[in-house]
Design a protein around this ligand. Sequence first.
Ligand SMILES: [Zn+2]
Length: 159
Amino acid sequence: MPIETGRKNPILRKKSKKVVKFDKALKKFLKDMGETMLKKDGVGLAAPQVGLNQRIIVENFQLNAKKSRVITLVNPEIIDASIACEAGEEGCLSLPGEYGVVTRYRSITVKFHDEKGNQRVLELEGWNARIAQHEIDHLDGILFVDKVEGETRKAEKEK
Ligand SMILES: [Zn+2]
């Protein structure tokens, strides 16, 4: 799947709609999104980044230092967040080569649907919570550069 890029790209700036149909097409889309994220060495991906303004994110969930697993969250909604916040560096597949420091909640509770439409709740911490907050922002047309403290840094060269 090709990645939408650019700070002013209208697809990346639009508020995405809730998913209402949990069918085979959605299942395939989620699978494709997960594969695209891994192929591009991303840690998370939101549907608008692949051209669809629907409330869907995938994340490479870190189980521990060595293991990770792709999780998909449909209609994710942050229902609780820690008072504690943390600053950390972020980048984005849609803004290649740009990095900057963003403050996020240390931990969050997310309510979402799985691929079958079942309601689920997940508690995320640290890095996993950061990725989810970054991806959920995409669903509201917000890019990390909107929240960056100070200047964004341009990578000298792409990996
Ligand atoms: Zn992003």
